[in-house]
Design a protein around this ligand. Structure first.
Ligand code: SF4
Length: 446
C-alpha cells in the first residue's frame, strides 16, 4: 500500500539537513510519495524505516532488464500515465520474431539484416533491441537449433516463446549467463515456468485471459520467488489493446496495484499484415507496452516506429541538443558564409541537412540556446545579439574566415541592428525563415 507524504515524513529523520537536495524532510517526503526521487537520496534513513518505505518508494511498474553479451533491453520503472506529467523512462523494446520451423540459414539471414540495421536520427543511432524465437514445431531440438542460429547472427537479447517448459529449457541451454525473457506461463504450466525462470534467472512472461486472472497469477508466481514478470493481458486488436494497456497503467500508477505493476508485452506481429502490424505497434509504443514483438522487418516499417518511440521517450523538459560550436559543411573556405542557428537538435539537423544536400559550403555556428528552437529561444531571451556575438568571439570564427559575413535566421531579423552594433566589423545578413529555403538564398543572395 502506498504511503502518503505525511506518513513517509514521519519515518524520515526530520533533521532538515538538506543533503537529499531538498530544503526539508517534508519536501523530500512529498517528492518520494510522488515517486519523483529515490529513497537512496537520503543517507540517514534507518534500516527499519527503509523496510517500511521500500514498498512505497518502489516504482509502480517493476523494472525488467533483459541482458546478453553487453546489450540490454529495459522496460518498466514508469511513474506517470502521460508523458507531459514528467517523462517516460524506458523505451519499449522492439523485438523481431523468427520461428523454429524456418531453416537455420533463413533465420541467420533475417537476424543478420535486422542486427545490422541502424538509422541515424538527430545524432542518435536507432536500432531494434532483440529477437524472439517462437516454437512452432514443438520440438526442443528444433527450438535449440533456432536459438543457436539467432545467437550466431546477433548478440542482442532474446525472448523464448513456447508454452512447453521442456522446449523453453532447451532454448535456455544456449543462453547461459544471459537474462532472457521466457514466455509464457499460463494457468496450466505456471509452476514449471516459474521454476525455470528461477533456476535460470530469466524474466517470466505471464499470460491470462482477464486482468483479474492476471493479478491472481502474478501473486501466485511472486509467492514462488519470481518477481521479474512481464504480462500479456491479450488485447490483440486496437480497441482492446488500448483499453487493457490503459487500465493496467492506470491501476499500477494511480492505485499502486502491485499485482499488475509489470511491463506489458504486445504482439502486433500476430496481425500478419505488415500494415496492420505497424499501426498496432505504433499504438503499443504510445499506450503502454514494454516489449513489442514484430514479425515483419523492413526499413520502411521499422524506421517510423523507431522515430515515434524516440520522440515519445524523450524528456519533454529537456530538449534534445547538439553541442554548440562551429560545424563545417561541404568543406568551407575562408570566403564562405557563416550561418547561425541554435542548438535544438531538430533545428540544427534541418539547417545542416538542407545546406549539406545543396552541396554549398558554409560554416554553421551553433549557439547555446539551452536546446530551444530559434523563435522559442528568442522569445525566452536565450538567442539574442549579445549571445550570438559572444559565440562569434568564443568560437574564434574570425580566425577561420577572411570575409566576415554572418547570416541570421529570418525569424530573428529583428536582431540584425543590434548584432551590427555588437559586431561592427561583420556584414550582417538576414536569411530565410525556413531551412528549406536556405539553398536558394545562398545561391542567389550570397
Ligand atoms: S537528507 Fe534525509 S534527513 Fe536530510 S533533509 Fe533530506 S530527507 Fe531529511
Amino acid at each position: 500500500m502506498a504511503l502518503t507524504g505525511i506518513q513517509i515524513y514521519k519515518l524520515l529523520p526530520q533533521t532538515n539537513c538538506k543533503e537529499c537536495g531538498y530544503p526539508t524532510c517534508l519536501a523530500f517526503a512529498m517528492k518520494l510519495s510522488a515517486k519523483q526521487v529515490e529513497l537512496s537520496a537520503c543517507p540517514y534513513v534507518t534500516p527499519e524505516a527503509k523496510t517500511q518505505l521500500a514498498e512505497s518508494a518502489a516504482p509502480p511498474i517493476r523494472l525488467i532488464m533483459l541482458k546478453s553479451n553487453g546489450y540490454e533491453a529495459k522496460a518498466g520503472n514508469e511513474v506517470v500515465l502521460f508523458r507531459h506529467e514528467k517523462t517516460f523512462y524506458n523505451k519499449p523494446g522492439l523485438f523481431i520474431r523468427v520461428y523454429d520451423n524456418q531453416p537455420a540459414d533463413a533465420i541467420k539471414a533475417k537476424v543478420s539484416a535486422v542486427d545490422a540495421y541502424a538509422v541515424n536520427y538527430v545524432g542518435m543511432d536507432l536500432t531494434v533491441d532483440g529477437f524472439v524465437v517462437a516454437s512452432s514445431s514443438g520440438d526442443p531440438n528444433a527450438f535449440a537449433t533456432a536459438v543457436g542460429a539467432v545467437r550466431a547472427a546477433s548478440k542482442r537479447p532474446i525472448i523464448l516463446m513456447s508454452r512447453d517448459a521442456s522446449v523453453i529449457a532447451a532454448g535456455l541451454k544456449a543462453l547461459q549467463g544471459e537474462t532472457p525473457l521466457i514466455y509464457g506461463a499460463d494457468g496450466k504450466n505456471w509452476e514449471s515456468f516459474a521454476d525455470l525462470a528461477k533456476q535460470n534467472k530469466a524474466a517470466l512472461g505471464v499470460i491470462a485471459a482477464s486482468l483479474a486472472e492476471m493479478a491472481e497469477m502474478t501473486e501466485k508466481i511472486k509467492a514462488k520467488g519470481v518477481e521479474d514478470l512481464v504480462i500479456d493481458p491479450g488485447g490483440r486488436d486496437l480497441a482492446s489493446g488500448l483499453a487493457l494497456g490503459t487500465t493496467i497503467r492506470r491501476l499500477a500508477v494511480k492505485k499502486n496495484f502491485r499485482a499488475l505493476g509489470f511491463p506489458v508485452i504486445a504482439f502486433p506481429g500476430d496481425a500478419g499484415d505488415p500494415a496492420i502490424e505497424s499501426v498496432r505497434a505504433a499504438q503499443a509504443i504510445t499506450k503502454y507496452a514494454g516489449f513489442i514483438v514484430l514479425d515483419n522487418f523492413s526499413p520502411e516499417t521499422i524506421y517510423p516506429l523507431l522515430v515515434l518511440r524516440q520522440n515519445i521517450y524523450t524528456d519533454p523538459q529537456k530538449p534534445i541538443q547538439v553541442q554548440p560550436g562551429i560545424y563545417e559543411i561541404n568543406a568551407p573556405k575562408p570566403t564562405d558564409p557563416v550561418l547561425v542557428t541554435t542548438n535544438f537538435s531538430i533545428t540544427y539537423f534541418s539547417v545542416a541537412n538542407e545546406v549539406e544536400g545543396s552541396g554549398l559550403p558554409a560554416w554553421l555556428m551553433v549557439t547555446d540556446a539551452e536546446g530551444m528552437s530559434v523563435l522559442t529561444a528568442w522569445a525566452a531571451g536565450k538567442f539574442d545579439a549579445e549571445r550570438i556575438a559572444k559565440a562569434v568571439k568564443g568560437f574564434n570564427i574570425a580566425d577561420k574566415v577572411t570575409r566576415k559575413r554572418i547570416v541570421l535566421p529570418g525569424h530573428v531579423a529583428v536582431l540584425s541592428g543590434e548584432l551590427e552594433a555588437e559586431l561592427p566589423d561583420w556584414e550582417i545578413r538576414v536569411g530565410p525563415r525556413e531551412a528549406v529555403d536556405l539553398p536558394a538564398f545562398m545561391k542567389q543572395a550570397l
